[in-house]
Design a protein around this ligand. Structure first.
Ligand code: 8IG
Length: 273
């Protein structure tokens, strides 16, 4: 239960470096090139992108802890792509709403960076504001609005976030599926879903997607110098956009229903990186 990241005098980058060292040891792969965080609905992609070299229980790696949400998995997988590149699949996202602070949220991407990763793929399940999006629609994240009022950066680190979600990588994704739409991701703290009024606020300030992850991780990934691809699976229309109340069970089911299709899409995108 003791997590070294919770010690405020510890250096999170040092802990990420140590975590990367154990991943190298436990997987036998000294360096990784691409990392993927698989959110709800995206888990099957891990089986499709290549050959699994090793699966590590995330709790064996420094700084990681078991996720509390049903439907989330706590493994770290090393996968060899047909291209020969090595992908690290992080099934162990810590959400901001868990209340363990931004260091734990950023630890996955910081560890990925420490293993040598240059391309970070962040996926999530999310609510859609655009009425043309049906549940099960995958969309590219074009930008974000961070509504957590927090940052994974500590101290005077003025990191540029222009083109945070790489235009180059979005263009590559659209060579796989030209119908892929894109939108601005609004990260709310959660774990409650939004009120319809909050969804209207998100819409008015330029948001298209509402979720509870990704933005803080993307900031940490950019700080670490990685290029970022963001993908959301719209599992539900946001509160008030859909007439029915939101249920976590239905959200998980929509993710399951779309999983094979969107995981295939993601695998095809990864093959082009
Ligand atoms: I799946 O409608 C999923 N995650 N904030 N709002 C927020 N997060 C979500 C939603 C949603 N659906």
């Amino acid at each position: 239960m003791n997590n070294p990241l919770d010690n405020s005098v510890a250096n999170p980058f040092e802990i990420a470096a140590q975590a990367a060292e154990s991943i190298a040891k436990l997987t036998g792969v000294p360096q990784h090139d691409i990392a993927l965080t698989l959110g709800s609905g995206w888990a099957k992609a891990a089986d499709l992108i290549g050959e699994t070299v090793a699966t590590v229980d995330a709790t064996e790696v420094l700084g990681f802890s078991a996720p509390k949400v049903q439907g989330h998995v706590a493994t770290i997988r090393s996968i060899k792509l047909p291209s020969g590149k090595h992908a690290l699949v992080l099934g162990a996202r810590t959400h901001y709403y868990e209340g363990h602070g931004v260091r734990r949220v950023a630890h996955g991407v910081r560890t990925a960076a420490a293993t040598g990763v240059k391309t970070m793929i962040l996926t999530n399940g999310a609510g859609g504001i655009k009425e043309t999006w049906k549940p099960g629609t995958p969309v590219l994240v074009s930008d974000h609005i961070n509504l957590t009022a927090d940052s994974p950066l500590e101290g005077a680190k003025f990191v540029d976030l222009t083109d945070l979600y790489s235009k180059r990588l979005r263009d590559i994704a659209r060579t796989v599926d030209s119908s892929l739409d894109e939108g601005v991701y609004c990260q709310f703290r959660g774990p409650h879903y939004e009120t319809p009024a909050e969804v209207q606020m998100a819409k008015h300030i330029g948001g298209h997607i509402v979720g509870m992850s990704t933005s803080l991780e993307a900031i940490a990934a950019r700080e670490a110098g990685m290029e970022i691809l963001g993908l959301s699976l719209i599992t539900n229309l946001a509160a008030g956009i859909q007439k029915e109340p939101l249920s976590h069970a239905e959200v998980l089911q929509a993710g399951k229903d779309a999983e094979v299709r969107i995981s295939g899409l993601l695998a095809q995108i990864v093959a082009k990186l």
